[in-house]
Design a binder for this molecule. Structure first.
Ligand SMILES: Cc1ncc(COP(=O)(O)O)c(C=O)c1O
Length: 407
C-alpha cells in the first residue's frame, strides 16, 4: 500500500502551486501533492547517480514502454517508434500540431469551458478562435451537436480535450465517433489532448482517439504524457502520436522549428519507470482520488448545499457550480472572480472559473489531488468563506436561511 495521506511540505521549494501565494492552501494549478511512485524515484536516483547528463538518444526501450502501456491498459495497439514523437510537454505538442496543420487566419475550435492554455496557443499560431460551448443542464455537460457542426464547418482544426479539463467529462466512444464523423465530413483536422487519460473513475473509461475507426484517425494527432497521472509535470516530457506518415512528418518538422524536439534525460527515465513499473501505484492513486471526490460530494451536500460539484468522470479537477450562493439580484458577471478573491482572503486558492472562458462564469475549479487532511482543511475554508459572505449579506438585509441563497 502506498501512503497518499502523507503530508509533504512543498513550501519554499519554488513550487508554482505552493509558493506563488504564500500562506494559503493552494488547490489550483494541476499538479499533485503526492510523492512520485518509489519505482520512479529509484529510477531517477540511479540516473542521477551516474552523474553525467549530456545529450541523449531516446532509446527503443522508451517507445516500447509506451507501446506496451497503451496496448495493455487501453487497447490501443500498434504504436511504436515510427509514430511517436517525443517532446517537452503537451502544450508544445498541440502547439506544433496547430502550427503544422493551419495557415495564418485559419480557425481552431475548442469546447468551453476549456483548459486555459488552449487560448494563447491558438493566438500564438496566428489562428482565430471558434467556440462550441458545452451544453450545461441539470449539473451535466453534453455537446450541442448542432452548434458543433456549425462551428466545425468554419474550422481548420478541432482541439479536443479528453478527459475534459475543467468539465470533468470523459467522452464516450459514441460521442467521440460522432465528433469524428462531423470533423471528417468537413475535412477538419483533430488534435486530441489526452493528458489526463489515466485518471478516470468507476464507470468511465478513456477511449483513445486513435482507437476510433481508421478513417477518423487518419486526419488526427493525439498528444499525451505520463506527467499528470504520475505527478511529473516539472520534468517535462510528452509524446505526439501520428498514425499517418505525412502528418507525422509535418508535426515533426513543426516541433523542430519550434525547437521543442530535444527532451530531458530525466523525462526519458521517468516515463519508462512510470509505464513499466508503476501501474499498481497508479491504481491506488485513482482509488484515493475517487475517495477524495466522494469526500467533496458528501461535504458539500451536508455543509454547503449552495455549491454543487459536477460528476467527476476523469481528472482530479472538480468543477464547482457556485451560483447557488449568489446574493439575490447579484450580477453573474465577475462572480467567479469575486468569489475566488474572497476564498483567497480566507486562505484557499482555487482556479477562477472564467479562466476557462466565459462559460466558466459562476464556477470555480478545485484541485483535489492532495492528502485527505488538506482536502478537508480546504473544504472547511470554503465553508468559512461562504459563512462570512452569508453574514455580510444578512447584515445587508438579505435572507440567509437554509432555503434561501446561502446554505
Ligand atoms: C488539458 C491539459 N493539457 C495540457 C496541460 C499541460 O501540459 P504540459 O505541462 O505537458 O505542457 C495541462 C495541464 O494542466 C492540461 O490540463
Amino acid at each position: 500500500m502506498y501512503n497518499f495521506d502523507e503530508i509533504i511540505d512543498r513550501r519554499n521549494t519554488e513550487s508554482v502551486k505552493w509558493d506563488l501565494y504564500p500562506g494559503t492552501l493552494p488547490m489550483w494549478v494541476a499538479d499533485m501533492d503526492f510523492r512520485v511512485a518509489p519505482q520512479i524515484h529509484d529510477a531517477l536516483q540511479r540516473r542521477l547517480d551516474h552523474g553525467v547528463f549530456g545529450y541523449e538518444l531516446v532509446p527503443d526501450a522508451y517507445y516500447d514502454a509506451i507501446g506496451r502501456w497503451f496496448s495493455r491498459r487501453h487497447g490501443w495497439n500498434g504504436i511504436g517508434r515510427e509514430n511517436i514523437i517525443p517532446t517537452t510537454g503537451v502544450i508544445a505538442a498541440y502547439s506544433a500540431a496547430i502550427k503544422a496543420m493551419t495557415q495564418p487566419g485559419d480557425k481552431v475550435l475548442v469546447q468551453t469551458p476549456c483548459y486555459n492554455a488552449f487560448f494563447p496557443v491558438i493566438g500564438n499560431n496566428h489562428c482565430g478562435l471558434l467556440v462550441n460551448p458545452l451544453h450545461y443542464e441539470n449539473g451535466l455537460y453534453s455537446i450541442d451537436w448542432e452548434d458543433f457542426e456549425a462551428k466545425v464547418s468554419q474550422a481548420r482544426v478541432f482541439l479536443l480535450c479528453n478527459p475534459h479539463n475543467p468539465a470533468g467529462r470523459v467522452w464516450t466512444r459514441e460521442e467521440l465517433e460522432h465528433m469524428g464523423e462531423i470533423c471528417q465530413r468537413h475535412k477538419v483536422f483533430v488534435v486530441a489532448d489526452e493528458i489526463h487519460c489515466e485518471l478516470t473513475y468507476p464507470g468511465h473509461d478513456y477511449t483513445p482517439w486513435a482507437t476510433l475507426p481508421e478513417h477518423l484517425v487518419r486526419n488526427s494527432v493525439s498528444c499525451n504524457s505520463p506527467t499528470k497521472a504520475f505527478n511529473l509535470a516539472g520534468i517535462q516530457i510528452a509524446n505526439v502520436f501520428a498514425s499517418d506518415p505525412e502528418v507525422y512528418q509535418k508535426i515533426n518538422r513543426a516541433l523542430h522549428e519550434n525547437e521543442c524536439s530535444g527532451v530531458n534525460v530525466f523525462g526519458v527515465t521517468a516515463l519508462q519507470a512510470a509505464y513499466n513499473e508503476s501501474e499498481d501505484w497508479l491504481d491506488q492513486l485513482r482509488a484515493y482520488l475517487w475517495h477524495n471526490a466522494r469526500t467533496v460530494y458528501g461535504f458539500l451536500e451536508d455543509e454547503l448545499p449552495g455549491i454543487t460539484a459536477l460528476p467527476l468522470e476523469g481528472t482530479y479537477l472538480m468543477w464547482l457550480d457556485c451560483r447557488g450562493i449568489m446574493r439575490p439580484g447579484e450580477a453573474i458577471e465577475g462572480f467567479s472572480e469575486r468569489f475566488a478573491l474572497r476564498l483567497k482572503q480566507y486562505g484557499l486558492v482555487v482556479s477562477t472559473g472564467t479562466l476557462y472562458g466565459s462559460a466558466g462564469e459562476g464556477f470555480e475549479r478545485l484541485n483535489i489531488a492532495c492528502p485527505r487532511t488538506l482536502l478537508l482543511e480546504g473544504l472547511s475554508r470554503l465553508k468559512k468563506t461562504v459563512q462570512v459572505l452569508q453574514k455580510v449579506y444578512a447584515g445587508a438585509g438579505f435572507c440567509s436561511s437554509r432555503e434561501k441563497p446561502y446554505l
